[in-house]
Design a protein around this ligand. Structure first.
Ligand code: PLP
Length: 434
């Protein structure tokens, strides 16, 4: 098997046999080594074909080798692989984002979701002149010291001030960073109110995944999100929606349009570029005005807004703005989630699917809605492991992250009804095996 051989040779210089730790599939016990991707599918180096329900962790929102994205990248190459330079295309992209995303009065580009949340937190601190950030348990905002806490850790006890002790999600983080993070259970208005009463005077920002796909798919209770919005407005705390995954996922305006609640700042990545490495911090004029070069809060970078990424993102944003794009996408979503729900029923496997737009989570061992991390970690991980392996073996690629809580899966705009039906059949077979 070429995949097995590659795993051996790749480990010579790559720890874990891959350029990024997250590509290791803990259930396959190695990364999947890919040969090529086209549309809704990819092929591994051994020639096995998969329906792709990973889609680059949500980045390949337009599937693989989308003709518009590929042509845009080719055009960038013709222009001359401009790095660290502005062009007319950068303005075009900003206009497209501002047209789609409610809070996007001003935009600063970045290369990844991690870099975008790092920038957004710095902007919030530069604006509010306060040190701390409130985040919710189970929410993931990238792999940096400012915020990578209590995303996949064991649920902690809720203390009298409504908070949970901050626990880093990686080794190598000096404890001093945790002193600047206030962790609160999600969708818990009482805990949130108590935490703000205790720490509000020190809070620069509240950061939230308004739809937390990093625990499958757990949307905010709209009343809870409204409480968070109103509290931040009242106390002058910057509200950041981390829309790295939810942005453009069910509509052009992302979760802020879905809920009709506008944050002060948001972060975008993944579906922003349809597979190219690009991200953004967007926000209201007043907050974004602290940014350099006109303000004192600095965020920049050599590769930021690389022309190949900007051109790819313009192509992606142009595609999603076409009439009927989201009607079709959300129609496929309904078909898929209905199909998985029926397969669960038909096979008698206890579980539920929760999905919004093109991403979803499957929770085993429960039938009631999963509304926060505490509930998500109580689902049946053993069943989930068997299910994922059953799907992968049958040619439906689901990634696994070895998290306590189920993670997100999803499809792209190039998936067809046929792909969805084929996937549902595979799901039903894999469930039957359970
Ligand atoms: C909500 C959210 N924020 C931030 C990130 C980090 O993005 P990246 O992997 O591009 O650094 C992710 C990645 O999955 C994410 O889902």
């Amino acid at each position: 098997m070429k995949g097995e051989q590659l795993y051996v040779s790749a480990q010579k210089h790559y720890v874990g046999g891959g350029g990024a730790g997250g590509r290791y599939h803990p259930l396959l016990r190695r990364p999947l080594y890919l040969a090529r991707g086209k549309g809704s599918r990819f092929w591994d180096v051994d020639g096995k074909e998969y329906i792709d329900f990973f889609t680059g962790s949500g980045a390949n929102f337009l599937g693989h080798d989308h003709p518009a994205v590929a042509a845009a990248i080719r055009k960038a190459l013709e222009i001359g692989v401009i790095c660290n330079g502005e062009t007319e295309f950068h303005s075009q992209l900003a206009d497209l984002i501002a047209d789609a995303v409610p809070c996007a009065e001003k935009i600063r580009l970045a290369n990844s979701g991690t870099e975008a949340t790092l920038g957004a937190i710095r902007i919030a601190r530069g604006f509010a002149k306060k040190p701390k950030v409130l985040k919710f348990e189970g929410h993931f905002h990238g792999m940096h010291e400012l915020i990578w806490y209590n995303c996949a850790t064991a649920p902690g006890a809720v203390r009298s001030d409504g908070t949970i002790a901050p626990l880093p999600d990686t080794d190598g983080m000096p404890a001093v960073f945790g002193d600047l993070v206030v962790v609160v259970p999600f969708n818990d208005p009482d805990a949130f109110t108590r935490a703000v009463a205790a720490h509000g005077q020190d809070l620069a920002a509240v950061i939230v995944e308004p739809i937390s796909y990093n625990q499958g798919c757990i949307p905010a209770d709209p009343e809870f999100l409204r409480l968070v919005r109103d509290t931040c407005t009242r106390l002058g705390i910057v509200l950041i929606f981390d829309e790295v995954l939810s942005g453009f996922r069910m509509g052009r305006g992302g979760a802020q349009e879905y809920f009709g609640i506008t944050p002060d700042l948001c972060t975008l990545a993944k579906a922003l570029g349809g597979g190219v490495p690009i991200a953004a911090v967007c926000g209201k004029d007043e907050v974004m005005s602290v940014l350099n070069p006109t303000g004192p809060t600095v965020m920049s970078g050599t590769y930021t807004g690389h022309l190949t990424a900007v051109m790819g993102a313009i192509a992606c944003q142009t595609e999603i703005a076409k009439p009927g794009f989201y009607e079709r996408l959300n129609g496929l979503a309904d078909r898929l989630y209905r199909g998985i729900g029926e397969a669960l029923k038909a096979t008698g496997v206890p579980g539920r699917v929760q999905g919004i737009g093109a991403r979803f989570g499957i929770y085993f061992g429960v039938t009631d809605p999963v509304t926060n991390y505490r509930e998500a970690v109580q689902t049946d991980r053993e069943m989930e492991v068997k299910f994922i392996l059953g799907c992968v073996r049958r040619g439906l690629y689901l990634h696994d992250y070895a998290h306590r809580a189920p993670m997100h899966h999803g499809f792209s705009a190039q998936h067809t009804e046929r792909d969805i039906d084929e996937a549902v059949n595979i799901v039903e077979d894999a469930l039957r095996e359970l």
